[in-house]
Design a protein around this ligand. Structure first.
Ligand SMILES: Cc1ncc(COP(=O)(O)O)c(C=O)c1O
Length: 381
């Protein structure tokens, strides 16, 4: 039972079908002028239109990258490098490591960096961001939805507050895409990061969406690809897959959003009935329809994850990138969750294939495993 869709999603068979011709036999570099090259260019152009349509922008605003991590790095470094080192970067404390570590790298290179904490519900308050902003700020980066708790951030309100103060707004919409409507123009942001593999597309392809009037310093230099904003021969099959996945996400969004919300509520009700002291993190925040971050007091989250895995249920403890480390989730700690409770956290992220029967089974197995681990802990004193 796969309940880890925020880590990655299964490739949709229709996406694979769209990609196959570009992996098998068909040969063409989109920069070549002959017919094979032109066919590859046409395929990339079509995918660019499909991704653009999903987020309400013009195709020229889409810069294809090798994933969400590269899009986040390009946003932060590309904007920082464009200005001087006196202009600050402001990021929320609950960002994905690809934002936090890119920002930390820039800080080591001399850029002032400010981190903004969320409130206890995992929400970054717009007024807190505005108050924390140094007078000279190059970029503010606040994600649209958090990968661990699913908490949705009011990016439009933050953008409205910081616009007019000379700063640009970036949002990492990797987890929001395909789960809630993501309309770039309504967010008021200047840059937005996307990733294909969270929407049943292939891994290793993503995009940075750029406001028409916003320029960016490239990180990769070479040919004039992606309108001179990201050099390198395009990953044609990957980009085609991203386009098809975007098209499918658009078609299925409304129905999936409603279905997953119901499934999420069922899961929470069943878990609370099975384990009355279980905690749902960010429960009072508006959240993604598929994500539930749970605290199971008295149980180690990593051990619980492995016990569930042995029972054939795949979840995550915090974010995939942080799992394996013994430190509790920085996102939960930033929300003021105690270290002890944060250590007990697991993340369940539902997806297209999950059913009500699976959710019920999950709650039963969770109770059995949590009780077993608590018994072992008691026996060990
Ligand atoms: C919020 C968020 N941003 C960025 C990324 C990175 O995307 P990618 O895996 O495509 O590099 C992830 C992936 O876990 C994520 O959850």
């Amino acid at each position: 039972m796969y309940l880890d869709h925020n880590a990655t999603t299964p490739l949709d068979p229709a996406v694979l079908e769209a990609m196959l011709p570009y992996l098998q036999g068909r040969c063409g570099n989109p920069s070549s002028v002959h017919q094979a090259g032109r066919a590859a260019r046409a395929a990339v152009d079509e995918a660019r239109e499909q991704v653009a349509a999903l987020v309400g922008v013009q195709p020229s605003q889409v810069i294809f990258t090798a994933g969400g991590t590269e899009a986040n790095n390009l946003a932060l470094k590309g904007i920082a490098l464009q200005g001087g080192r006196e202009a600050a970067l402001v990021v929320s404390a609950i960002e994905h490591p690809s934002v936090l570590q890119a920002a930390a790298h820039l800080q080591r290179q001399g850029w002032p960096l400010v981190q903004v904490a969320p409130d206890r519900d995992g929400v970054v308050q717009p007024e807190t961001v505005a108050a924390a902003m140094p007078a000279k700020t190059a970029l503010v980066s606040v994600m649209l939805a958090n990968n661990e708790t699913g908490a949705i951030q009011d990016v439009a309100a933050i953008a409205a507050l910081i616009r007019g103060r000379g700063a640009l707004m970036h949002t990492d919409a990797v987890q929001a895409l395909g789960k809630i409507p993501v309309h770039f123009p309504s967010l008021g942001a200047h840059l937005m990061s996307l990733s294909a593999h969270k929407i049943h597309g292939p891994q290793g392809v993503g995009a940075l969406i750029l406001d028409k009037r916003t320029g960016i310093e490239p990180l990769l230099h070479g040919g004039g690809h992606e309108r001179k904003r990201r050099a390198g021969t395009e990953n044609v099959a990957g980009i085609v897959g991203f386009g098809r996945a975007a098209q499918l996400a658009q078609e299925r969004l409304a129905a999936e959003q409603a279905r997953l919300t119901q499934l999420r509520e069922r899961l929470i009700a069943r878990v609370k009935a099975a384990l009355p002291d279980a905690v749902v993190f960010a429960e009072r925040a508006p959240r993604l329809p598929n994500t539930v971050a749970l605290g199971v007091p008295g149980v180690d989250g990593e051990t619980l994850l492995m016990s569930l895995d042995l029972m054939g249920i795949m979840v995550s403890s915090g974010s995939a990138c942080a799992s394996g480390s013994l430190e509790p989730s920085p996102v939960l700690l930033a929300m003021g969750v105690t270290r002890e409770l944060a250590r007990s956290a697991i993340r369940v992220s539902l997806g297209r294939e999950n059913t009500a029967a699976e959710v019920d089974l999950f709650a039963d197995v969770l109770r059995a495993q949590a009780e077993r681990l608590r018994g072992l802990a008691r026996a060990a004193g």
